[in-house]
Design a protein around this ligand. Structure first.
Ligand SMILES: [Zn+2]
Length: 233
C-alpha cells in the first residue's frame, strides 16, 4: 500500500518536473525560436540552431572511432564554427556544437557517464581567452543529456605549447603529465561519479584526451569515456 502510494507520489513528482521542463522549453522556444546559425532559417528542432538543410549537409563523422565518440569531421562549416568560438569568442556556436555532440553520444548508445569533465585550459591561457570552449560545450551537451559538468575537477599543471605544428610523437610528449586532479573535493566528486566523460572541442591524435584519461584512471575513476565535437583527419 505504502509502496504504491510512494511510487504514485514519485511518479507525480517526475511528471511535474517533465511538464515544467517542457513548458519552459516551449516558452523559450516560442520567445527565442532557434534559428540556423548558418542561414538564419528556423531551427530543425526546439534545441538546435541549425535548419534541416544545413543539418543534412553537415560533415558528420560516420566512421566509428575506437575508444571515443566524435560528432563531426573537422571540415567546413564545422571547423569555422569551432574556430569562431575559440578565437573570436562567438560563444553562441557552443550551443549548436554542444547539442550536436549530445546527439552523437545518444546515437552511440553506450551507457551514460555520471559526470562531464571538460579538458582544462592552463590559467594563463584561460585569462587570455576569457573562457574555456570545452567547458561551454560540456555544459550544453550536459543540459541535453541531463549530466552535470565539473569544469574545475581537473587542472592543467603545465602550459603546453600549441599542438598545431607538432607531430604525433611530439604531441604525446607535449601533454605527458600535463593534467592533475584539482584538490580533495574534486577527487571525491570524481570517485563518487565512478564513470565520467572527458570533453574536448577538437581531437587530432587523441593525445590530450588520452592523457586526461590516464590521470583520471590513475586517480581511481572506474570508467572514462572520451568525447570530442570534431576530429581532424
Ligand atoms: Zn541553415
Amino acid at each position: 500500500m505504502f509502496d504504491t502510494l510512494d511510487s504514485l507520489v514519485n511518479r507525480w513528482g517526475s511528471l511535474r518536473l517533465t511538464m515544467g521542463r517542457w513548458a519552459s522549453r516551449g516558452l523559450a522556444a516560442s520567445l527565442f525560436p532557434p534559428r540556423c546559425c548558418l542561414c538564419d532559417f528556423p531551427g530543425a528542432s526546439l534545441d538546435l540552431d541549425l535548419c534541416e538543410i544545413c543539418r543534412a549537409d553537415f560533415p558528420w563523422e560516420r566512421e566509428p572511432i575506437t575508444g571515443a565518440v566524435v560528432a563531426l569531421r573537422y571540415a567546413p562549416p564545422a571547423d569555422e564554427l569551432i574556430r569562431d568560438l575559440k578565437y573570436r569568442g562567438i560563444t553562441p556556436n557552443a550551443r549548436v556544437l554542444g547539442v550536436l555532440l549530445a546527439q552523437a553520444v545518444r546515437e552511440h548508445g553506450a551507457p551514460m557517464p555520471r559526470l562531464l569533465v571538460p579538458v582544462p585550459l592552463h590559467r594563463a591561457r584561460l585569462r587570455e581567452r576569457g573562457f574555456n570552449q570545452a567547458t561551454m560545450l560540456a555544459r550544453y551537451a550536459g543540459q541535453m543529456l541531463r549530466i552535470p559538468c565539473a569544469p574545475r575537477a581537473m587542472r592543467r599543471v603545465r602550459d603546453t605549447p600549441s599542438q598545431t605544428s607538432l607531430s604525433m610523437e611530439e604531441r604525446h610528449r607535449n601533454v605527458r603529465g600535463a593534467f592533475a586532479i584539482h584538490g580533495a573535493a574534486a577527487r571525491r566528486r570524481l570517485l563518487a561519479a565512478g564513470h565520467v566523460a572527458v570533453i574536448d572541442d577538437v581531437m587530432t591524435t587523441g593525445s590530450t584526451l588520452a592523457e586526461m584519461k590516464c590521470a583520471l584512471l590513475a586517480a581511481g575513476v572506474r570508467q572514462v569515456d572520451l568525447w570530442a565535437v570534431a576530429r581532424v583527419k
